[in-house]
Design a protein around this ligand. Structure first.
Ligand code: PEP
Ligand code: MN
Length: 339
């Protein structure tokens, strides 16, 4: 059960509803989203809707049939649009996020940022805090990388998304970036999810490489319940027995998520594929499947990339892909354009 308070509800009204809704069951969770009246999530209500919906200050009571109460369509039938520094994700256009896997230097980032900004990207990506499988691999430039990303935002006008690895890094990432990314390896780092829930920036939540859709949506629920309604989901491939790709891109989740959640869904074919030649066809498939966006690794000199070299497109490859995406959208999703 979800109880939406009305804009005129007082704190006393809220306390009364919390007491009544929690009778005989677990304590309701009060969720406060910026600029909106509080919402109560009552996970396993022992009371009936009729015992709550006539209390003072209650706007409406929603019966939620899924465990991810705030992420589900019972709560919000209409799709959520997430505003990332003025760029809207989920508003009907195909968001194209592009940039290097890792920020390596000013020159390296500038070459990619200028290239992708001129050829269809709507947002810039680049890792400053890198989650690397090996402790001996390049770990990212840290705060210096964040500064370089912010510099490229000033130059290109593209909003920036970058990963936060630890709860204590969230504030500094949120200070420099327009959107905070949670990587596949962190999808169930619950303190990190709560920290980005409080950070005031939109969150790009990648799917855990072994996570079910329900586990993924419950991870999104952590962010929503901590006070942040701005969450975008990103499919990036899951672990299967197949070894020809780095991960197996699960594109079926695009329509599945569209049915189950109001949150926007984007697809990262680069990290799934691991091989550059697989990236463009999978980006096209994601767009055709109804994704709200794609995220593409781009490097001006892939052979020398310090991270995920095999999957990076060059800027000219990326320009060809966005031209193809434009034609695909014109043919399949009439009226849509890149954004
Ligand atoms: C990334 O996007 O830089 C990244 C590390 O991706 P993932 O968490 O999906 O592996
Ligand atoms: Mn990478």
């Amino acid at each position: 059960m979800i109880v939406e308070m009305s804009p005129s509800a007082t704190e006393a009204d809220l306390r009364r509803v919390v007491r009544r809704a929690g009778v005989g069951g677990p304590e309701p969770v009060v969720v406060r989203w910026p600029g909106r009246p509080p919402v109560l999530v009552v996970p396993a209500p022992a009371v009936l809707v009729g015992e709550v919906d006539d209390l003072p200050g209650v706007h409406r009571v929603i019966v939620s049939t899924v465990p991810y109460h705030l992420a589900g369509r019972d709560f919000r039938a209409e799709s959520t649009v997430v505003d990332v520094g003025g760029h809207l994700i989920g508003a009907g256009q195909l968001t194209v996020i592009a940039g290097p896997c890792a920020v390596e230097s000013r020159q390296q980032l500038a070459a990619v940022a200028t290239g992708v900004a001129a050829t269809g990207a709507g947002m810039l990506r680049g890792g400053a805090f890198k989650p690397r499988t090996s402790p001996y691999s390049f770990q990212g430039l840290g705060v210096e990388g964040l500064r370089l990303l912010a510099e490229q935002r000033r130059i290109t006008g593209l909003p920036v998304v970058t990963e936060a690895l630890r709860p204590e890094d969230v504030d500094v990432v949120a200070e420099y970036a327009d959107m905070v990314q949670i990587g596949t390896r962190s999808m169930q780092n619950f303190p990190l999810l709560q920290a980005v829930g409080r950070c005031g920036r939109p969150v790009l939540l990648k799917r855990g490489m072994s996570a079910t859709v329900e586990e993924w949506l419950l991870a999104a629920e952590y962010v929503l319940a901590a006070g942040n309604p701005q969450v975008v989901l990103c499919e990036r491939g899951i672990r299967t027995f197949e070894t020809t790709s780095r991960f197996t891109l699960d594109l079926s989740v695009v329509p599945v998520l569209k049915r189950r959640t109001h949150l926007p869904v984007i697809v990262d074919p680069s990290h799934a594929a691991g091989h550059a030649y697989v990236v463009a066809p999978m980006a096209m498939a994601a767009a055709a499947a109804g994704a709200d966006g794609v995220m593409i690794d781009v490097h001006a000199d892939p052979e020398r990339a310090r991270c995920d070299a095999g999957q990076a497109l060059t800027p000219p490859d990326f320009a060809r892909l966005t031209a193809d995406l434009d034609r695909l959208l014109a043919a399949t999703r009439t009226g849509l354009a890149l954004a």
